[in-house]
Design a protein around this ligand. Structure first.
Ligand code: ZN
Length: 159
């Protein structure tokens, strides 16, 4: 279930996705929130330099591995504008972070790419639950997904 508080965190992710877009990167943003609601880290996509592993959820997993205890990680929540890709899901699973809440799903992103006539990526858009055992996942949120859809169209359909 997605609460109003969850939506507030997701809105911050959408803002970060806009920042990424403005910097020439892909529109994705994510934040890491502690058990007591504190935002511990936020990041956005940085693939414009050519390194396509520079995803915010991956950066968050590695930050959490260095800065949090296993117990803190299990209780933390990762909010993200777009569902984790398999690489980021695996990183999240390896460091045993807790719940994931996403505003838009990988299935939606795949549809949008098809609609824009773009080629599918090299990496299969598998849902988080196919990568992480017993994952706790919530999403998408329709009104925010629509906002994110527009960012992807802005990125890829520039006139
Ligand atoms: Zn990723």
């Amino acid at each position: 279930m997605i609460t109003e508080k969850d939506k507030e965190y997701l809105k911050r992710c959408v803002t970060l996705a806009k920042t990424a877009l403005n910097e020439g990167d892909e529109p994705f943003g994510s934040i890491l929130v502690s058990e007591n609601g504190e935002v511990l880290m936020e990041d956005y996509n940085h693939v414009a330099g050519g390194d396509h592993t520079q995803h915010p959820e991956f950066a968050i997993a590695r930050w959490a591995a260095t800065h949090m205890t296993p117990e803190e990680r299990k209780k933390a929540v990762v909010y993200t504008s777009g569902e984790h890709c398999p690489m980021c899901s695996a990183a999240h699973g390896w460091v045993e972070l807790g719940r994931i809440v996403y505003a838009s799903s990988s299935a939606q992103l795949t549809e949008w790419y098809e609609d824009m006539g773009l080629e599918a990526s090299n990496v299969y858009p598998l849902p988080i639950q196919e990568i992480i055992r017993d994952a706790i996942v919530d999403g998408p949120v329709d009104e925010l997904a629509e906002e994110i859809r527009l960012l992807h169209y802005q990125k890829n359909m520039e006139v």
